[in-house]
Design a protein around this ligand. Structure first.
Ligand code: UTP
Length: 294
């Protein structure tokens, strides 16, 4: 099915358990973990907004109230900042609440990403939409979602972000079997969720960003629980008639993974002008000292 139209809606699922990030996620959502003082989810929302998205549905779950508090207006805090003359902070706080039209719905149980997306059917209606995983951020010149939207605008079929992963990581992702139809573009013929290296049809993994046509909802309905007893979006995507994979420019960080979260903080810190020189010097001396201790 092809759905003509502009991509102006986004769905951001944030209802996962965050088991890899326990114990911190016992009481606090990983999507709200800070990177340089800004929650991960704000980076995701800003990417969506810079890609032309105006309406966002967040799928939330248990222990995720901090997310609603963050994006809702807080008049008491705004009054306090105004009285204290803290105008810059006040502006930033107001800006966050006005980034986009943000709506929330509850996933009853964390039963997988496919199940989470199914809660967005009414919000999406008959339009193509962007799906952004709430625990993945991208560093790129052009926002990752905007790159996918430009492919969608041309082909009018679902487009999934694809990245080459090293062999040892193949078993952690959904992997595509695809035919190259452009320098960065694949016609996806099949997908396998977390295959062993022997079973993997390639080393191209699907990442945390998608542009989907609304026929994904009937595909999800026809998808039984798969790996881990969860309804996997990868399995539902297999049922879509046609889908493209696009190798986006830029770098992805999975904040749900402890090491990737640490790397994101260091790398984004090095990219921030106010921290760059001091952080680089610190890391260089740290590496020298640690190496000489070994
Ligand atoms: P992940 O698979 O990375 O999240 O889903 P998870 O299940 O929280 O991770 P672990 O394996 O337990 O550590 C990617 C995104 O989809 C959301 C998550 O909140 C995350 O932002 N998600 C996942 C849901 O909204 N519902 C689910 O049932 C599963």
């Amino acid at each position: 099915m092809s759905t003509r139209g502009k991509v102006r809606k986004a769905v951001i699922p944030v209802a996962g358990r965050g088991v890899r990030m326990l114990p911190a996620t016992k009481s606090y959502p990983k999507e709200m973990f800070p990177i340089l003082g800004t929650p991960v989810l704000q980076y995701v929302v800003e990417e969506a907004v810079r890609s032309g998205i105006t309406d966002i549905l967040m799928i939330i779950g248990k222990r995720k109230n901090a997310i609603m508090d963050y994006f809702n207006r807080d008049f008491e805090l705004e009054n306090h900042l105004a009285q204290k003359g803290k105008d810059d902070l006040l502006k930033e706080i107001e800006r966050i609440s006005n980034l986009a039209n943000i709506y929330f719905t509850y996933q009853k149980e964390s039963k997988g990403l496919g199940d989470a997306v199914s809660y967005a059917e009414e919000f999406v209606g008959n339009e193509p939409f962007a799906l952004l995983l709430g625990d993945n951020i991208f560093y790129s010149k052009t926002p990752c979602t905007a790159q996918l939207i430009s492919i969608f605008d041309r082909y009018q079929v679902s487009v999934i972000m694809v990245e080459k992963v090293p062999e040892f990581k193949v078993s952690r992702y959904g992997i595509i079997k695809g035919r190259k139809i452009g320098e960065r573009l694949f016609e996806i013929e099949d997908l396998v969720e977390k295959p062993s290296l022997e079973e993997a049809p390639s080393n191209f993994a699907i990442g945390g960003r998608y542009i989907l046509t609304p026929d994904i909802f009937s595909c999800i309905r026809r998808t039984p629980p798969g790996r881990g007893g969860e309804v996997q979006i990868t399995d539902a995507l297999r049922l879509l008639n046609r889908k493209l994979g696009y190798i986006t420019e830029g770098k992805r960080y999975d904040i749900g993974d402890k090491l990737d979260y640490l790397k994101a903080q260091i790398e984004l810190g090095l990219k921030r002008e106010e921290f760059r020189d001091e952080l680089r010097e610190y890391l260089e001396s740290l590496c020298k000292n640690v190496c000489s201790e070994e």
